[in-house]
Design a protein around this ligand. Structure first.
Ligand code: SF4
Length: 159
């Protein structure tokens, strides 16, 4: 008899990933009125002093997107170490997995961004964050928690 891995069935995991895509659509609709300069400062964690903490289900979606494009981008030859550039930021200054970027990347806007006229409801954002956490619990009950994006990607590299 096969030993249980503690993971739910692949059907349950697929359902959780589909649920996450639907939640991302909701998040994007909520933040749809925001305009930003696309400076990519928010993809340089040393510049903002913070980085996204994706959950297990978000990382699974992201990892699939990275695999589909053929892997991670090459790191710059001469990185500015203090910038702490996101490992998913391509040489062209664009996220290589933009459509699958984590919740934190969709909801963090620097002070230069222009918010929608009627604002964004903090309560809605908190509800969506809770929904993402619940999906992650379903996706991988063994280890659903959020973790720093850079640490998670470093773990992909060492596999
Ligand atoms: S995942 Fe993409 S959007 Fe998010 S910080 Fe990295 S490069 Fe930027």
């Amino acid at each position: 008899m096969a030993r249980s891995t503690g993971l739910p069935s692949s059907a349950v995991q697929r359902e959780a990933l589909a649920g996450l895509r639907a939640l991302y659509d909701e998040v994007d609709a909520l933040f749809g009125g925001i305009t930003c300069e696309a400076s990519t400062d928010c993809c340089r964690f040393g510049v903002t002093g913070r980085e996204p903490y994706p959950t297990a289900v978000e990382l699974a979606l992201l990892e699939r997107a990275v695999a589909a494009r053929g892997g991670l981008p090459k790191p710059p030859r001469l990185p500015v170490v203090s910038e702490r550039r996101c490992p998913l930021l391509g040489a062209d200054g664009r996220c290589v997995a933009y459509a699958s970027r984590p919740f934190g990347c969709r909801t963090f806007f620097c002070e230069r961004a222009t918010p929608p006229a009627d604002g964004v409801s903090r309560r809605d954002v908190q509800r969506l964050a809770r929904d993402v956490a619940a999906l992650s619990e379903r996706f991988d009950p063994r280890d659903p928690q959020a973790r720093p994006l850079s640490r998670a990607v470093a773990a992909w590299r060492s596999r």
